[in-house]
Design a protein around this ligand. Structure first.
Ligand SMILES: O=C(O)C1=C[C@@H](OP(=O)(O)O)[C@@H](O)[C@H](O)C1
Ligand SMILES: C=C(OP(=O)(O)O)C(=O)O
Length: 479
């Protein structure tokens, strides 16, 4: 039996389709280069967009999360022209030069729409607070339930002016009325999201530039994380991108810090310089294609990524290797082959965007898989522990939900392959729910995914690329 994706023939149809299903088939074999990294694109946009001069970014991701970042920066006066189907960005931040932050707060409030993009709201809150001005950042209803209180609390002692999270429990919309920063050391919590620290780090050169203009002296700003810090590879990524744009970043971790102690210290010197910058393919997106090989016992090569990539999510290949797959590393590629046959016990704190991918792979392993260390997954596009458990149960797995993760116990395999159940699966406006759950259809007949267009948050072409990889004509169900 061949694998087959039932999906729309073109992306305009994708926007209106209500369901997609992937039909079971043989081993998936092929090569793919996913689109650019969302996380790196939005970092490059902040560094380039807040810097006077012309920067040139290649390999960028075009998706909803990057579109709202581009649109917000443009509304603030940054000039951004988009070429090569959205993958090349010419960014000019001259609008920030010679801008007196004491006068800009008098302007009309600039309303910015950030949809459900965590990176956009957290990075822009810090950057615009440092730059000064009057802004309101507003998103979709789920964004107004995603915490930003730790970032607001960190900024209150350093920002001159008012800063408020307008929803209950410290969630967006965010209202910023800022006259810049005072240069004091910043302390931030990191147990809910690393994006607060990343946003503060990227804002430091902006604030330092303004302080230097006012005092005539170079400024150095320090940020400390108090207690736990989740998703650490994203913090290393932030430091890397900042260095490429000319900032000096010293970053140290203390893995033995107590709950009240300082677990990370970042000291930032220097300003950004307009730069040329090339973006890696998205490693979280790549996880779906590696998983396709692991679920079907095939072989998939992802080009443009190696274990040296900036994105921690390339570590997903090591997880698959623990489950029994073979990992082959090329000069500019990573190949996963063979079936993921063993259940594992694994801490996914550092690579939490791949938990849903792993959960679907775990459905086809021979024993249970325990995922630990991802309590922060409850604050993402949806509750990625509770809602994930609900959908996996519909497929017939036993799922035990824990405070910090879940245990997935697949039903015993039948001789014909899968012993799961057909199911119509909800996606909760979560792109990763749609992309990961669709892979269950590679082995289990009758798996239908609702609202496939939600992949547009980070990967509008996902189902077209999946079809190209598994190599059969496809159709969308247009119900
Ligand atoms: O900094 C980033 O680019 C990201 C950090 C992670 O969030 P948390 O730090 O909230 O885990 C990740 O889930 C998100 O997709 C992107
Ligand atoms: C959590 C995610 O995104 P963000 O926090 O940037 O909205 C994600 O892309 O999985």
């Amino acid at each position: 039996m061949d694998t087959d994706v039932t999906a729309p023939a073109d992306q305009s149809a994708a926007k209106t389709a209500s369901k997609v299903s992937v039909q079971p088939g043989g081993p998936v074999r092929g090569t793919i280069r996913p689109p650019g990294s969302k996380s790196i694109t939005n970092r490059a946009l902040i560094c380039a967009g807040m810097t006077p001069g012309q920067s040139h970014v290649t390999g960028a991701l075009r998706s909803e999360d990057t579109a709202v970042m581009i649109d917000s920066l443009q509304r603030c006066g940054v000039q951004i022209s988009v070429e090569a189907a959205g993958t090349q960005l010419n960014v000019n931040g001259d609008c920030w030069a010679n801008r007196a932050s004491s006068t800009v707060t008098e302007r009309d409030c600039q309303e910015l729409f950030i949809a459900n993009s965590g990176t956009t709201v957290r990075f822009l809150t810090a950057a615009l607070s440092a730059a000064g001005g009057h802004y309101q950042l507003q998103g979709v209803p789920r964004m107004h339930q995603r915490p930003i209180g730790d970032l607001i609390d960190a900024l209150q002692p350093v920002q001159q002016g008012n800063l408020t999270a307008l929803s209950a429990d410290g969630c967006p919309p965010v209202l910023i009325q800022s006259q810049g920063w005072n240069g004091k050391t910043i302390q931030v919590g990191g147990s809910i999201s690393s994006q607060y620290l990343s946003g503060l780090m990227m804002a430091c050169p902006i604030a330092a530039g303004q302080l230097q203009a006012a005092t005539g002296k170079p400024q150095s700003i320090t940020v400390e994380v108090i207690g736990e810090l989740v998703s650490k590879p994203y913090v290393d990524m932030t430091a890397n991108v900042m260095r490429s744009f000319g900032a000096e970043v010293q970053l140290t971790y203390d893995d033995n810090a107590t709950a009240e102690g300082v677990s990370a210290t970042v000291t930032i010197d220097g300003n950004y310089q307009a730069s040329q910058y090339a973006i890696e393919p998205d490693a979280s997106a790549a996880s779906y294609f590696w998983a396709a090989a692991a679920i079907t016992g095939g072989e998939v090569t992802v080009e443009g990524l190696t274990p040296d990539a900036m994105q921690g999510d390339v570590g997903f290949c090591e997880v698959l290797a623990k489950m029994g797959c073979k990992l082959a590393v090329g000069s500019d590629s990573m190949t996963i082959s063979g079936r993921a046959s063993q259940g594992i016990d694994i801490d996914m704190n550092a690579i939490s965007d791949t938990v849903q991918t792993l959960a679907v792979v775990a459905l086809f392993a021979d024993g249970p898989t325990r995922v630990r260390g991802v309590a922060h997954n409850r604050y993402k596009e949806t509750d990625r522990i509770g809602d994930l458990a609900t959908e996996l149960r519909k497929l017939g797995a036993r799922v035990d939900e824990h405070e910090d993760g879940l245990t997935i116990t697949p039903p015993p395999q039948s001789a014909s392959g899968s012993s799961l159940s057909p199911a119509v699966l909800e996606t909760y406006h979560d792109h990763r729910m749609a992309m990961s759950l669709s892979l269950a259809g590679l082995r289990q007949p009758g798996v239908q995914i609702l609202d496939p267009a939600c992949t547009g948050k980070t990967y509008p072409q996902f189902f077209a690329d999946l079809e190209a990889l598994i190599g059969r004509p496809h159709r969308w169900s247009m119900e």
